[in-house]
Design a protein. Sequence first.
Length: 256
Amino acid sequence: MSKLKLVLWSSTVRMPSARVSTISTIYSPGKDIGFQGQPAYPKIKDFRYLTLGLVTILLCCWMGLAQNIQTREEKLALAQKITGEGSELYEQGTLESIQKSKEKYEMALKLFREVGEKKGEAEALQGLGNVFGDLGEREKALDSMNGALKIYQEINEKKGEALVLNNIGEVYDGLGEYQKALEYYNQSLPIARQVGDEDGEAITLSNIGLVYISLGAKQKALDALQQSLEIKRKIGNKGGQAVTLNNIGGVYYTFG
């Protein structure tokens, strides 16, 4: 039975036929006698090499972990940047810009999922839902928005939940499913109020007013639109005030 030896090689490696002069023996036979007179176990001769090896392994592990952290941070920053670009393109409102925003949101979604960033994933899904809605792909819009809604509820992100509930209501409104739209608007409204999102509250109230116009409910429409107008005046949303005043005028014009 041959003796057990563990050797440490230097970083310089030569062909097997060449003499290697940098081998250092770490272990040598101990005095304890094992089977057929052989050493029962090796005895450490020099702890320096063992310590150096452990330090090297730990250093490599730390460097690998640091690299992974850096990569995640870089991916997260990139995903957030791309999401912002997608939002800017969507706000331009042209068919070309909306299609480009779709590409941006899809890229961001992939990155958010890779790094496990749930809130970012929900925001990208919500953006995609808005894009699909504007492109007339209502089923895809609902799929994306419901995906966002599920994540917002999981992570207890109330403002996002209120927003996506409102947006789902808008999809059903566009489909002419007014009762379904009201169902989602009425879920969105108390959450927006709970978190103090006055802008979101005003938008949802305005949407409720528009649904009641479609249903022929004049007084309910006026009540919702007046509440929306008051909030928009309070927060100084001039553009929103103009739109809501126009809608109120439309109610009187339609119903007399």
